[in-house]
Design a protein around this ligand. Structure first.
Ligand SMILES: [Fe+2]
Length: 168
């Protein structure tokens, strides 16, 4: 009887770990995509306020680069394999593709702000799941990332007066 319970507990824990690994893999993919979207904005923005926006978009990309590392290393700490290949990111990202035809700082700010807020929503769901699974270390890491990206949502969306959604 005791043995049966131990076995079930073990299976339960394994199931939870696998669900956390899959959740983290999803976060890794979206974070890599968002980092590259910030780079698209950094490279291609033109016109009014070019230089401060060029710098701000690169700061967003740098913050996301650090988050990518945290997420990937948490996957490996939990016994998984971090898959950050461009092929996987292209196939699995939940963010819409960054448009190639936009030019102005306002257009890039709008697009990046929308991607940042969508990312924050996805992050929030992952935090709730990690918390429910009682993986507080993962939840805490995701909360840190979410706080940082919410801050960048504010900084980027402040350049667009009509931006509606509030920070998550
Ligand atoms: Fe650059």
């Amino acid at each position: 009887m005791e043995l049966m319970r131990t076995k079930t507990d073990k299976e339960g824990k394994e199931k939870v770990k696998l669900s956390i690994l899959s959740l983290l893999q999803d976060r890794l993919v979206d974070t890599i995509d968002l980092m590259m979207q910030a780079k698209q904005a950094h490279w291609n923005t033109k016109g009014k306020h070019f230089y401060p926006l060029h710098l701000l978009f690169d700061e967003v990309a740098e913050a996301l680069k650090k988050s990518i590392d945290l997420i990937a290393e948490r996957i490996v700490q939990l016994g998984g394999v971090a898959d950050g290949t461009v092929q996987t990111v292209g196939k699995k990202t939940k963010l819409p593709m960054y448009p190639l035809h936009i030019v102005t700082g306002e257009e890039h700010s709008t697009n990046l702000a929308n991607a940042l807020i969508q990312y924050c929503d996805l992050e929030k769901n992952a935090i709730i799941s990690a918390n429910d699974a009682q993986d507080f270390a993962t939840a805490d890491m995701l909360i840190d990332i979410s706080r940082e990206i919410n801050k960048y949502y504010w900084l980027v969306s402040a350049h667009v007066y009509t931006q509606k959604p509030q920070p998550r």
